[in-house]
Write a new protein. Structure first.
Length: 346
């Protein structure tokens, strides 16, 4: 039984007794895959779920609301769920152009440009990816958590370009959330990034396993700290670039995440002494390195005016069909110009 509609619905579930648990919330999660567990819990707590019990002598007891997610149901019980119509979202939709690489009834994948903030926040209340998705998807958003909104399960920094996926309904949102939490340890989820860094690592590939937490003094920054949460980044050198003197000055790395911490790649690469080109937050002390670049490379880096990071690879299991989907995004124009100028070493 599925619930993916925007309109109000009344759903009935008869407990079979073979659900593996007698808890109300777990039985409903198993039987109603179209509603997320958090959404079901909210409906229970709001008194939108009632149960008609079956006694030993088969006489029925009047249906009554149950507000306890841990309530134990019995085989033969009839559970009625009143799902209210999804309310309009805050913020509102805005007509913002999107580069859509894939879309169906469950998910949408976009190639995010530089400068686009993902979520509304202080200082960015409008003009975000969420505003754009609300306008683009319209009625196809089926009320995640009771609100017609896209399910954002991961983010890219404002000036990081590349592939992002969003869910259109509760079922897809729950699946993607679980896949991103797993980070490909047991499933198909993969996220790959291309990063232009200062210097060239002394080996072909490596792994950075260093916990990340808020910076102790600069609250807008993150930092490697023992008090932080686990963070693991795998990297491999794709290309190295020499400066005007013929010595290595920069490199292109392919990175894959095993965790998803704020600014993870930027923090980790700076931590091992190879911050991103153009990263004013985590690589300001490397500005003098630009003097080793040729004039074309210096001009391309100045024009870039952002961290040189692109989310080029996204692979996941489709929430409904189970098919393994993969997308590749080419470097955007500004990073392509940077790479070509670095190759020329002029």
């Amino acid at each position: 039984m599925e619930q993916n509609s925007n309109s109000a619905q009344r759903l009935d579930v008869i407990v079979a007794g073979d659900e593996g648990s007698t808890r109300l919330d777990r039985v409903l999660a198993l039987r109603l895959s179209g509603l997320s567990r958090s959404r079901l819990k909210a409906l229970i707590l709001a008194g939108q779920v009632s149960i008609k019990n079956v006694s030993i002598n088969s006489a029925t007891v009047k249906s009554a609301p149950v507000r306890d997610p841990a309530y134990h149901v019995a085989a033969g019980d009839t559970i009625t769920i009143d799902v209210p119509e999804a309310i309009d979202p805050e913020p509102k939709g805005e007509d913002i152009a999107l580069d859509i690489v894939y879309e169906d009834d469950d998910i949408i994948v976009i190639d995010k440009p530089r400068g686009l903030v993902v979520h509304p926040a202080a200082g960015h209340e409008t003009g975000t990816l969420v505003n754009a998705l609300i306008a683009h998807c319209g009625a196809s958003l089926s009320g995640i958590g009771g609100v017609r909104r896209p399910g954002i399960v991961h983010r890219l920094d404002k000036d990081t370009t590349g592939l992002m996926v969003a869910a259109k309904n509760d079922r897809a949102h729950q699946s993607l959330t679980e896949q991103f939490a797993d980070h490909g340890r047991t499933g198909a989820m993969r996220r790959g990034y291309l990063a232009f860094v200062w210097g060239t690592p002394n080996r072909q590939r490596g792994t950075i396993d260093a916990p990340i937490d808020r910076h102790p003094f600069a609250r807008e920054k993150m930092a490697v700290r023992d008090s932080g949460r686990e963070a693991v980044t795998h990297w491999e050198v794709q290309e190295s670039f020499n400066g005007r003197d013929g010595k290595p000055v920069a490199a292109l790395l392919a990175c894959q995440l095993e965790t998803g911490r704020t600014h993870q790649i930027r923090v980790h690469l700076a931590h091992i002494g190879h911050p991103l080109l153009g990263d004013a937050v985590y690589g300001p002390h490397f500005k003098t390195k630009a003097s080793h670049l040729g004039p074309q490379s210096q001009a391309a880096l100045t024009a870039l005016d952002r961290q040189a990071l692109h989310a080029y690879l996204l692979a996941l299991e489709h929430p409904k069909t189970g098919a393994i989907l993969e997308w590749i995004s080419d470097l955007p124009a500004d990073l392509t110009r940077l790479r070509e100028s670095l190759r020329a070493a002029l």
